[in-house]
Structure formats: C-alpha cells, structure tokens
Design a protein around this ligand. Sequence first.
Ligand code: SF4
Ligand code: SF4
Length: 376
Amino acid sequence: MQYSEFGKTGIQLSALGFGAMRLPSFEKDGKTVFDHEAGIKLLRRGYELGINYFDTAPYYLDGESEIIVGKAIKPFRDKIYLSTKNPIENASGADWRQRLEKSLEKLDTDYIDFYHMWGISLEAYVNSIDVPDGPMEAAKQAKKEGLIRHISFSFHDDAKNLKTIIDSGNFDSMLVQYNLLDRSNEEGIAYAKEKGLGVVIMGPIGGGRLGHPSETIKNMLPGKINSSAEIALRFVMTNPAVNVALSGMGTMEMVEENARVASNSTPLSKDELLQIESSMEENQKMGDLYCTGCNYCMPCPQEVNIPLNFKLMNYHRVYGITDYAKSEYASIGKVDWMKGKQASACIECGICEDKCPQHLEIIKQLKETAAVLEKV
Ligand code: SF4
Ligand code: SF4
C-alpha cells in the first residue's frame, strides 16, 4: 500500500480509503438485511491490506454502516483513521452536536478523526455553518474536547465555489468528487493542496460503476491494465494533490483488486496520461456530436434538464458505462446537484429544438434516453 502525508495533519494515509456505503446485504421477506459479519470481514481485510482510512456516514446502509464500521475497527481503533459526516440540517450548533453524539455512540468510539460537514455548498457554508451558535462553532468546541480531531467537509456544489470554502481556513481536509469523467474539481484540488488541506476523493471509479467493464476505457492503455476500474483508480492516484481515493467496496474481489492497484508505486507516466487525455478528448468530441452541454435549449417549461439527460446518455453511448448512466439518471431531481426532471417528463412542445445550435432532434433523443436509461 502507498501512503502520503495528509495535508498539515502530520498523518500518513493510505492511497486507498474504504468507503462503507456498499457493504454486503441480502433480501429477506422483501426487506434488505445488512450482513454485519460479512461487512466486518471485508473491512478487516482492507485493514490487513494496508488501508488506514475508513469512511462512513449516518445514513449509509439505512443507518447501519456506522455500527458495522465501529465493530470492525474495534481491535485496531488506534491504528486507523475514522471518518464520518454530519448532515447540515439547519444552522443550529446544538442540533449539530446531538448528531455528533449519536455518531460517536453508533461507532462505539470516543473520537472521530475526520469529521465532515456533509455535502455542503458555499451557500450552506455561509448561511448555515459559519454562523453564530452554528455548526462551525460547535465543531471547534468538539475539537477542543477531543471528540473530533479534524474538521473536514465534503463538497457538492459548482466547482467555482470550492476555493472560497478552502479559503475560510476552517478545514483540515476535504472530500470531493473527481474521476476520469468528471474533472471539474481538478483546479480546486490543486488549490487545496497548496493551502495545506488533505484531499480525499469520492467516486474515483464513478461510484463503483467505472468498475464495470468498459472496453472503451480499458482500451485507453491497451495491454497495460486489467480493468477499467484500474485505469480510473490509477488516474486519480496519479494526481499529486490527491491523498486518498475512497472506494465504496462491497466484495472481497473489489477490496483485493483495489488494494493491488493502490500498492503500485509507479504513477501513470506522462505519456500514459497524455494517451488517456487524448482518448478522453476524442470521446468528448464524439459526445459533442450529440450534445455539447451549451445549455441554450434551457429552460424547458416542463423542467426537463436536457443537457444533463444527454450527458448521461453519452456515458452510455460513448463510454459504454450504462449501469453508471442509469443510476445517475435515477437521481435526477432527487439530489441538490442534479436539478430538474428526467427525459420522460418531456411533453414534446418543441420549444427547445429551435434554440439548439447543433440542430439536435431533442425530442427524439430524449425519447431514446428515457428508453435506455429507464430500463431496469
Ligand atoms: S420539447 Fe420537451 S424538453 Fe423540449 S422544451 Fe418541450 S417539454 Fe421541454
Ligand atoms: S442546446 Fe442542444 S447542444 Fe446545447 S445543451 Fe441543449 S441539446 Fe445540448
């Protein structure tokens, strides 16, 4: 396993982090049951393979993830670094504190190493976090008391807002999205390193879905890698500003394979990176033949998020990562960062088609998008 110095904390963290949001489960009497024993086994195997960063959150696995992680790390609690998150439900520091205490209880531990303000935007930071008697004051107090060791944030907002949160000077580390398909936070990641923050990446393999075999991606470095997951992970780990690539792992094979990749001390060479970048550019051009994401067609009176629907359709058409595209499609309108409606909400009024500089047959393509991405 490779390790690196995590921002200014003086801690060495493993290049691979264990995300505990996809631990094993099974169905019983129509209900999902989370298999604590199997989950503990996986997490402990991760530890044996050198992982020392374990990440969970109060809502993962219907609230059971924190409990499973707490049990798994018990024998080696002082040798690993535990990360969990506090959902910012309001601007109250007292409420924030209650949620922290609940997490400590579920994790059955006295302290959390990296405690995140969960999924924040700049707007949430300004209006609900860094306010009098708010979560930031409560976090500083909890740190003084030793309940948390480092204050962190996870970010879901326009990339341009990332630097402002970093500049607040209130955080030791951050957790942001970054992968082969979405490099929008790249500048912010480099900036965070410059400012001394540790950087953890969520979704390095596109929420696990880049791990599904995609010949298009695998062929970017023919003969040199085993899987599209490997190229995706190595791409993220090669970025010198990245400390930890956090992967949500649910099978032993995944843990073994990702740990193998994270133990490879050779970063991708300049030539390999160039090769990947030029393939991605080629793919981008192909995607642009369908939709450039220019947004001119918006707004749609039915609130269909046309560019987002087409972007996901391109994941299927251009990169062959259909499972990923489908799961993202299912999230449209359900999470803050994917506003609007799915392709199937189109009523074929035609207003958008006149505005598209690519003269795309938007209605027809939305129908195709719905047909492909809504199919289970
Ligand atoms: S045709 Fe469909 S997508 Fe286009 S503006 Fe009308 S409802 Fe919206
Ligand atoms: S105007 Fe056309 S190219 Fe631009 S986002 Fe809309 S559909 Fe895509």
